[in-house]
Design a protein around this ligand. Structure first.
Ligand SMILES: [Ca+2]
Ligand SMILES: [Ca+2]
Ligand SMILES: [Ca+2]
Length: 438
């Protein structure tokens, strides 16, 4: 509650400036159809399939003073209409549309040009997606609700001492369930009364120092330090408390038509009573020729995330920090629940990845991605004999009708390898989305 009190105070503090008010409002509608087959149990003999629509509506209002202050509020609801949903062979929902809660997706205040300096403060519930190093470590502050929301409860100070230097300092507080702001029409389990909108595996806090440097034309270098605390009480990889330090850097170098980009990091800290250390790195090369027939582009790269060696007392699994997200795959995002206790906990991975994209007609972008996934370490509980996670294929088409009306379709297939039990079969998923901004 202390955190809520602080950002409410900051918000209220900006209100006297309404004398020079400048208010804009809007409504966003996001509609999706999603289908998953054999995505969570890797067993074609057991039904874990689901088919459903997702309808998300958001009302927002933004206020800007003529001086240094601004504020933003966004209220959202996402409701699912299940055609059917199975888990472990049991039908959980059929032709069912439980109206979900209305929640604060964003509520923050800004103080720009603090005392005339190039320093900005943003306090409250806010988005951090797309801001830090290709979302590799910071993208979703609410991983347990997947893509319903992405917000962080955070205080962020950004300093721009020169055009080539930016420094961000962040404090993050993301509880397991909503604690800070009111909700309406809260959904609860009939039997256990548990809140059905869990936000995080367990409550988490973090502190980040992130430096964005542009030393020469075309080059970006972004070193960082991140601290993360995880409470105990979640499943598997977050069952005990953890304090984790991460040091690393992201770099990107563009020399048209090529781009080289990569990231490397080291993690160390505690995991319950044991020591944990881990690493991750990736490197990609991209090329695009906008002026060629069909505007082709290609991307190839490799991702390595350390896994826990079962023969040591230490815990060596890479922790994706605040980015348990669908960056690499909608379908395989689901697979980590069985392995780590949490969806989207990308870890213990060696992945070679290749993407080819074209624009067959103006604005329509079609891409194909092939990924070969392996594990550093076998995981005995999955019942496999090896470290071949499998081969993942993704076909995607995106078409913006206008700036405010956008659409895309994704289809994915995963052929599971010997990292899983014999006869694990294939997994499939589809998503079609239409978004409208009013
Ligand atoms: Ca299945
Ligand atoms: Ca989320
Ligand atoms: Ca170990």
């Amino acid at each position: 509650m202390k955190f809520f009190a602080i950002f409410t105070a900051l918000f209220l503090w900006t209100l006297p400036c309404f004398a020079q008010e400048n208010i804009t409002t809007g409504f966003d509608l996001r509609t999706r159809y999603e289908y998953y087959q054999n995505a969570t149990d890797m067993n074609p003999a057991v039904n874990d399939d689901s088919s459903y629509f997702r309808i998300k509506g958001s009302f927002w209002t933004a206020w800007k003073s003529s001086g240094s202050y601004a504020a933003y509020l966004r209220l959202s609801n996402e409701t699912r209409y299940y055609l059917y949903r199975y888990s472990g062979g049991t039908l959980l929902d059929r032709n069912h549309m439980p109206l979900n809660e209305i929640f604060f997706e964003d509520l923050y205040g800004d103080w720009n040009n603090i005392v005339g300096q190039p320093v900005k403060l943003r306090a409250g519930r806010q988005e951090l997606r797309g801001e830090f190093g290709e979302d590799f470590l910071i993208s979703d502050g609410t991983p347990e609700d997947a893509s319903r929301s992405f917000y962080f409860n955070a205080v962020r100070m950004t300093a721009n001492p020169s055009p080539k230097v930016k420094v961000d300092l962040l404090y993050i507080n993301d509880p397991r369930q909503e604690q800070f702001l009111p909700r309406w029409n809260i959904q609860r389990n009939n039997v256990t009364n548990a809140d059905l909108n869990q936000l995080n595996a367990s409550s988490e806090q973090g502190a980040v120092a992130y430096f964005s440097l542009a030393p020469i034309t075309g080059l970006k270098v972004e070193p960082y330090y991140m601290f993360k605390h995880e409470d105990a009480g979640a499943a598997a990889y977050q069952s005990v408390g953890s304090n984790l330090h991460t040091v690393g850097a992201y770099a990107k170098y563009t020399f048209k038509p090529f781009t080289l980009r990569g990231q490397g990091l080291y993690q160390a800290g505690s995991y319950g009573q044991t020591y944990r250390n881990a690493y991750a790195w990736y490197a990609f090369a991209d090329a695009e020729k906008k002026d060629w027939f069909l505007s082709p582009s290609v991307s190839a790269g490799y991702v390595s995330l350390s896994g826990d060696d079962p023969n040591t007392g230490r815990f060596e699994a890479f922790n994706p920090l605040f980015s348990r997200s669908t960056t690499y795959s909608l379908l395989y995002f689901m697979a980590f629940k069985k392995e780590t206790g949490m969806i989207g906990y990308w870890t213990n991975l060696k992945m070679a990845r290749f993407t080819f994209a074209i624009e067959p007609i103006e604005k329509l972008k079609v891409s194909y991605t092939y990924s070969d996934l392996k594990a550093h370490q076998p995981v005995a509980s999955l019942g496999g004999t090896g470290t071949d996670r499998g081969q993942l294929q993704e076909l995607r088409a995106a078409y913006p009708f206008t700036k405010d009306v956008t659409s895309y379709v994704i289809g994915e297939k995963m052929h599971y390898g010997d990292f899983y039990q014999a006869g694990a079969g294939d997994g499939y998923c589809t998503r079609a989305e239409l978004s409208v901004k009013f």
